[in-house]
Design a protein. Structure first.
Length: 100
């Protein structure tokens, strides 16, 4: 079972491209991909939902923590933010701030 899980993880990592700071932590790239459906590819949204691409690291962290605590409201962000640990939020902040 462990071999299957390890192989599955390696397959997932092998198909996710990394760039810049994200290359140091491939998990950040994988976690950040969950933002694409609303915020656009690599956090660039041409629509009404704000872009998070290039967002300053601390601004991203503050926003996610505010959504998670309920200080900031949104349609779905509060529920999503609760699913991430502080370390995962920091990793995603590093990823999005590295994209220009």
């Amino acid at each position: 079972m462990r071999t299957v899980l390890l192989a599955s993880g390696l397959v997932c990592l092998s198909v996710v491209p990394t760039s810049g700071a994200a290359a140091a932590d491939p998990r950040a790239t994988i976690e950040a991909r969950s933002c694409n459906s609303c915020h656009g590819p690599d956090g660039y949204s041409p629509g009404a939902i704000p872009s998070i691409r290039g967002m300053p690291r601390q601004s991203f962290i503050n926003a996610m923590q505010d959504f998670r605590s309920g200080r900031r409201t949104g349609t779905i962000m509060g529920r999503l933010a609760k699913a991430y640990s502080d370390a995962e939020i920091r990793a995603m902040a590093e990823y999005f701030s590295s994209l220009k």
